[in-house]
Design a protein around this ligand. Sequence first.
Ligand SMILES: Nc1ncnc2c1ncn2[C@@H]1O[C@H](COP(=O)(O)OP(=O)(O)OP(=O)(O)O)[C@@H](O)[C@H]1O
Ligand SMILES: [Mg+2]
Length: 250
Amino acid sequence: MAAAQLYSKFTRVWIPDPEEVWKSAEITQDYKDGDRSLHLQLEDGTLYDLPIGPDGDGLPFLRNPDILVGQNDLTALSHLHEPAVLHSLRVRFVESNLIYTYCGIVLVALNPYEELPLYGDDVLWAYSGHHRGDMDPHIYGVAEEAYRNMARANENQSVVVSGESGAGKTVSAKYALRFFATVGGSRGAVESRVMAANPILEALGNAKTTRNANSSRFGKYVELRFGGGQRLLGAHVRTYLLERSRVVCQ
Ligand SMILES: Nc1ncnc2c1ncn2[C@@H]1O[C@H](COP(=O)(O)OP(=O)(O)OP(=O)(O)O)[C@@H](O)[C@H]1O
Ligand SMILES: [Mg+2]
């Protein structure tokens, strides 16, 4: 669509802000091709003229209609860009205390920095056997999908956990492991041993940094082996990615 149609009066946009990162504004006058500024009104009522380049560069990101914001999957948004993603994640967290959101096959997890009642056995079993699209986004939903695909296709599955320091990778991986150990457990010692290995590795391999009181000093590749009936047989942990920036002395 031409810019003139998209940037019409009453359309809402996101403009960068040094403090709030992104700030919402409403267009007060239709934009025409060649206009060198876009007339806006900020949410506090202030008027603001945003300079626009000769080829329309500098036109701001469009804000999604409120009805689309806060859904389970970010791909439901008409406009998918940084302010749209951040706003949607914020609305879910602030209004409904939801820390998980899908973005297609990816699960986006916010770190709530407090214990939420999200991980009990009742929740875990509610996710077991259910298609991930039928349930609210959750790390257990991702684990269930991997478990189900392994069973159905008889193929190895991988779950990659990434994010900046303190984002919650170690915690998320622990809950994924807990899911596999519980649904694949045979009420034997294997699953409790697999779970018990984690605190030992953390005791040796984690340290406090300014960003995370329990920061991992090496990445882990955890290989779980399942036998007939998708029963957990054992686990193999390999360390890799020893980040030198995370080690102060030998
Ligand atoms: N889902 C969660 N629920 C509650 N608290 C959480 C959750 N995820 C993370 N946290 C809190 O945040 C802290 C940091 O998380 P975590 O150690 O998983 O980060 P990380 O991504 O592994 O960081 P690093 O790269 O430094 O190892 C945890 O010790 C915990 O207090
Ligand atoms: Mg970690």
